[in-house]
Design a protein around this ligand. Structure first.
Ligand SMILES: NC(=O)c1ccc[n+]([C@@H]2O[C@H](COP(=O)([O-])OP(=O)(O)OC[C@H]3O[C@@H](n4cnc5c(N)ncnc54)[C@H](O)[C@@H]3O)[C@@H](O)[C@H]2O)c1
Length: 287
């Protein structure tokens, strides 16, 4: 059935983010940087918050000339600082249309490593990770919700992970637990905030080449390990998150809320086991 739209005409309006104001936490690197860059390139006003000043400076070098980028040094683990950040965006621009709660860290080894097992992992790492990957997301969502409820509009997008949707041999206990928590935080908030026409969704990336495991390209052995978990046979390029991010910030996603969208090269289709520690696997009927 045709609705009379011309190719390249009204359909483009669905993805139009030019009149919007967006905030991206952890926007100084990796996936957040790709999201912020895409939104700036599509004409949105974008505030990038990051705790790393050098990365913010580099963003300004790259995108400052557009006149559509602002940066703010903010630690998302600090709830008062996040409130101040979001209040500031609204005070300057009169609104906030999309908020990407993206900042996150990796801490501790996966259970394949002797220091990453249930009885060996470091509780200080556990706490440090939850402060950012769970409480940082919660702080960001709460600050956004206060304004979006008043506006009766808004889109919150959480960067979760495939590691929040299943067990994962390559990342720490704290990481999988925080990511699983933000998945259900997303769903609960979607249910809650729908009454005010505020939408809440999550992106679940598989392995992407970013600075999260250390700056620069990962060493070939690590890259091969990550790629082996991906049916498409490689790690993702951060630019491969941009299409979904723009969709979720645009009117094209107006009926999407409570969703968790994998961008993972098919990684969720399989979950490799760790090498056996107890001899060859057999049933109880075999000797
Ligand atoms: N790279 C992957 O393979 C992958 C996979 C799944 C999910 N993710 C998630 O994507 C998000 C972005 O990670 P990335 O891979 O782009 O990593 P990255 O390290 O390249 O970028 C993360 C950015 O967040 C910032 N940051 C860290 N802690 C912060 C804090 N407390 N306050 C403000 N800013 C902070 C860092 O300075 C950095 O600029 C994270 O939530 C991560 O868990 C990444």
């Amino acid at each position: 059935m045709s609705d009379g739209r011309e190719p390249g005409g009204a359909l483009q309006e669905l993805f139009d983010v030019r009149a919007t104001v967006a905030l991206v936490t952890g926007g100084g690197s990796g996936l957040g940087k790709a999201i912020a860059t895409a939104l700036v390139e599509c004409g949105a006003r974008v505030v990038v918050a990051d705790r790393d000043q050098d990365r913010l400076d580099r963003m300004v070098e790259q995108l400052g000339a557009t006149g559509r980028l602002e940066v703010s040094r903010t630690d998302v683990a600090d709830a008062a600082a996040v409130d101040e950040l979001v209040d500031g965006v609204v005070a300057r621009h009169g609104r906030i249309d999309s908020v990407f709660a993206n900042a996150g860290i990796a801490r501790g080894a996966g259970p394949g490593h002797p220091s990453g097992q249930l009885d060996t992992f470091d509780m200080a790492d556990w706490t440090a990770l939850l402060d950012v990957n769970l409480y940082g997301v919660l702080n960001t969502m709460r600050a956004a919700a206060r304004h979006m409820k008043r506006q009766r509009a808004g889109s919150i997008v959480v960067t979760a992970s495939t590691a929040g949707l299943r067990a994962d041999p390559l990342v720490s206990y704290s990481y999988v637990v925080a990511k699983a928590a933000v998945v259900n935080l997303t769903r609960q908030a979607a249910l809650d905030l729908a009454r005010w026409r505020v939408r809440v969704n999550a992106i679940a990336p598989g392995p992407f080449r970013t600075a999260i495991g250390g700056e620069g390209r990962p060493d070939p052995a690590k890259e091969a390990m990550w790629s082996s978990m991906v049916p498409l046979g490689r790690m993702g390029d951060p630019r491969e998150i941009q299409g979904l991010a723009v969709l979720l910030a645009s009117p094209a996603s107006s009926f999407m809320t409570g969703g968790v969208y994998p961008v993972d090269g098919g990684a969720l289709l399989q979950a490799p086991a760790l090498p056996d520690e107890a001899g060859p696997p057999r049933t109880q009927f075999e000797r």
